[in-house]
Design a protein around this ligand. Structure first.
Ligand SMILES: CC(C)(COP(=O)(O)OP(=O)(O)OC[C@H]1O[C@@H](n2cnc3c(N)ncnc32)[C@H](O)[C@@H]1OP(=O)(O)O)[C@@H](O)C(=O)NCCC(=O)NCCS
Length: 229
């Protein structure tokens, strides 16, 4: 059965419809929860300007795709756009591309649109000789994480995706201690010990993940040169 939507390359004249779809798709997104619709339009506009600033035959532009409502050819229902990822890659292969971002408007979700978009993007990258597509997702963005895992990604834990969990755990320790003190709700020693053990393990994990980030050596080098001078 053919898909009930059209997938095609992104064109300059799609900009207004893409910006509108971006604002709709990210309205319920964890990172933008306090943004107004106008702010989301601006965020989407800035991202798209960067995208269209690339030359027309740049691979990121050629391989990016959008999906169109079959009953309304002017309406974008989702997109998978690309940006170079070299700066974010530490291990080989150095020449990789990243999804930035993939999104589908709420009324079209769970019908396979994102899967179809990213499959098409992967096919185009493969035909152009690229074997790696990177996509970032925070641990707390459950929907996005589930989509990525269902798509079959190889998960690699990175510093920025795990760091919010550390702050959540720290807050939870404070919250439980506060509830015990002010409301008499017991924070059982065993529960406390378990949470603290997890918190310490998370701190160690973050130290390791931070050292693996591409920017870590540069930051160390610049703070050492400041100490010397
Ligand atoms: C994440 C997103 C792109 C998924 O788009 P979609 O078109 O609904 O995804 P698909 O229909 O291709 O989903 C494929 C599979 O992913 C998983 N999945 C997708 N959405 C899910 C959800 N809300 N809850 C649980 N699993 C989900 C399921 O396994 C699904 O298969 P199923 O429907 O047969 O169970 C969409 O929800 C979205 O735009 N979210 C807001 C923007 C965003 O978070 N983008 C990612 C930025 S990192």
């Amino acid at each position: 059965m053919p898909a009930p939507w059209e997938i095609r390359s992104v064109r300059w004249r799609d900009l207004p419809a893409l910006r509108q779809a971006f604002a709709e798709a990210f309205a319920d997104y964890t990172d933008y929860i306090y943004s107004t619709p106008e702010q989301l339009l601006r965020v989407g506009g800035a991202l798209l300007r960067k995208f269209f600033a690339r030359v027309k035959d740049d691979l990121c532009r050629r391989a990016s795709c959008l999906a169109i409502d079959p009953e309304n050819p002017g309406r974008v229902i989702g997109a998978a756009s690309l940006a170079p990822a070299n700066g974010a890659v530490r291990r080989l292969p150095e020449n990789a591309t990243q999804l930035q971002p993939v999104f589908v408007v709420p009324g079209w979700r769970r019908r396979g649109v994102a899967t179809a978009l990213v499959s098409e993007v992967l096919g185009r990258l493969w035909n152009a000789g690229q074997e790696v597509l990177i996509s970032g997702c925070s641990d707390y963005n459950v929907v996005s994480k589930r989509w990525h895992l269902a798509f079959g990604v190889t998960e690699e834990r990175r510093y920025y995706a795990r760091r919010p969990l550390f702050y959540w755990a720290r807050n939870e320790l404070w919250r439980r201690a506060y509830l015990q003190k002010t409301r008499g709700i017991p924070f059982e020693p065993l529960d406390r010990a378990k949470l603290e053990r997890w918190f310490m393990a998370l701190a160690d994990e973050l130290d390791t993940l931070e050292r693996e980030e591409p920017w870590f050596d540069q930051r160390q080098a610049s703070s050492e040169s400041q100490r010397v001078s």
